[in-house]
Design a protein around this ligand. Structure first.
Ligand SMILES: Cc1cc2nc3c(=O)[nH]c(=O)nc-3n(C[C@H](O)[C@H](O)[C@H](O)COP(=O)(O)OP(=O)(O)OC[C@H]3O[C@@H](n4cnc5c(N)ncnc54)[C@H](O)[C@@H]3O)c2cc1C
Length: 447
């Protein structure tokens, strides 16, 4: 029988971004319903995490479990640019420069990781319906989003909510309908990937391998376990289309990529190449990540080529920001637009920084030092070391302080207090007490 529910927040999609938003809002005491169309565990690509995610995993209470279940990722080994030899960046360098206790990230089997995240959302108090496909966005006469309709077990149900979070990944349930999406033409790529059941590790065996291929594109090697390796080839969609003309298959293209590689081909036995999967890998961003009654996070909001494995970090960071903004808006309706605007602008900045750097890095003709220096500049790093700047940028660590310290209310509070003191100072000036009063007020506020 159809039912109508009512909650504070309904989250569309139970992937890492949706599970994060749902977990944190439930933890903050709000009623949350996560609707996920699949039944977990379900397959997903995107297996290499970056260390910038560690503080969020700590906030969610998951670090120990991740350490116990998944392979640590200690850095990235690159064969890229004009240097003929592979070079590496160690994740721990980025955190130790900030005095943090974190050292590493994880390589994960996404079906298990995503299930762990969603189960954790349940533990933290969110309701989760699986096999529940959202089919419609509900809006009132002003256009404000007020809930969704979904189908489960052949029935259609409705849920009304003060806020809807679109975390539907590439499905983009709300954002497809409510925003303009820009597709980054220069990052219109395709990925073709497979798994090997045995492999020869690279020297730093817990690193991801990222290697540029002479003819175009790049290859990843992700050591999921001692025996299982995920390997994929990312290349421009046009190039794949050209290379598969005249009866050539994706398998031929993948084999050519391995033949042209220097490091990747030494890791695997090409004769053991199994089935290949493929997907579009086209970077995009919505013109807004929020509107009346809704916010978007994860791939539903923005997606960047997986060159630096930034997808889950970006999506879950956005969800962490959104959760704090929505918590503030739920507590004080009058602040909705301001707090969502603040969430939107910081999240967009994270996206823009990574995108700018991915674009710079995609040119494989530079020297290591050039890549490193540019990363330090974009990441707005205080460190003078471009090597640390580089690893901080690509691991998300350079943005950790902004994400962790984000308080959607603080700037407003400061503005409010300063305005109050300005008024007091003006009143005292009129009474002849002058500027001294204001500077004393400012000093007191700063301390
Ligand atoms: C080739 C490739 C390689 C990648 N490699 C990496 C990597 O190494 N590291 C990394 O961090 N990222 C990587 N990514 C990116 C990463 O996979 C995504 O950024 C990440 O999964 C986004 O998380 P999400 O929660 O936004 O979306 P998803 O993980 O896709 O979750 C969205 C969920 O919403 C559900 N859903 C969709 N529509 C509906 C609906 N109508 N109703 C209910 N539920 C719905 C889906 O079933 C899904 O479970 C890669 C991406 C590609 C394409």
């Amino acid at each position: 029988m159809s039912r109508t529910e009512s909650v504070d927040v309904v989250v569309v999609g139970g992937g890492p971004a949706g599970a994060t938003a749902g977990s944190l809002l439930a933890k903050a005491g709000h009623t949350v319903l996560i609707l996920e169309r699949e039944t977990f565990p379900r397959y997903h690509i995107g297996e290499s995490m970056v260390s910038g995610m560690a503080p969020l995993m700590e906030e969610l209470g998951l670090v120990e479990e991740l350490d116990a279940r998944f392979r640590p990722k200690s850095g990235i080994t690159l064969r890229w640019g004009r240097d003929p030899e592979p070079w590496r960046s160690d994740f721990s360098a980025a955190f130790s420069a900030t005095g943090s206790h974190f050292t590493h990230a994880w390589h994960v089997t996404r079906s298990e990781f995503d299930e762990l995240m969603l189960d954790n959302a349940r533990k933290l108090g969110a309701m989760v319906h699986e096999a529940a496909q959202v089919t419609k966005v509900l809006q009132d006469e002003t256009g404000r989003v007020t809930g969704v309709a979904y189908t489960q077990d052949g029935e259609t149900h409705q849920v009304t909510a003060r806020f809807v979070v679109d975390a539907s990944g590439q499905g983009r349930l709300l954002t497809r309908q409510l925003t303009e999406t820009s597709w980054q033409e220069d990052l219109r790529n395709v990925a073709v990937w497979t798994y090997f059941d045995s492999y020869t590790p690279i020297e730093d065996k817990d690193d991801i391998l990222v290697e540029a291929i002479q003819g175009g594109g790049w290859v990843w090697g992700i050591p999921l376990s001692e025996t299982k390796l995920s390997m994929g080839y990312v290349l421009p969609a046009e190039m794949l289309a050209e290379q598969t003309r005249g009866g050539r298959t994706q398998r031929d293209v993948f084999l050519d990529c391995l033949k042209d590689s220097h490091v990747a081909k030494k890791m695997v036995d090409v004769a053991a190449l199994g089935d290949l999967s493929t997907t579009r890998d086209w970077s995009h961003v919505c013109d807004t990540f929020h509107g009346p009654g809704w916010a978007a996070v994860g791939d539903a909001a923005a997606f960047i080529d997986p060159l630096f494995s930034s997808g889950v970090w970006l999506g879950t960071s956005g969800a962490w920001l959104a959760a704090r903004a929505l918590d503030a808006a739920l507590k004080d309706e009058g602040r909705e637009e301001q707090v969502l605007e603040r969430f939107d602008s910081l999240y967009r900045q994270l996206f823009k920084d990574i995108l700018a750097y991915v674009r710079f890095f995609m040119d494989p003709t530079r020297l290591r030092e050039e890549y490193e220096e540019r990363a330090r500049e974009i990441g707005n790093m205080v460190t003078q070391s471009s090597r640390v700047g580089f690893v901080s940028m690509i691991s998300g660590v350079s943005a950790v302080a902004d994400v962790v310290d984000f308080d959607p209310m603080s700037a407003e509070e400061v503005e409010g207090v300063m305005q109050e003191w300005d008024e007091q100072a003006a009143a005292s000036q009129e009474a002849g007490e002058g500027d001294e009063e204001r500077s004393l007020a400012q000093e007191a506020h700063a301390s």
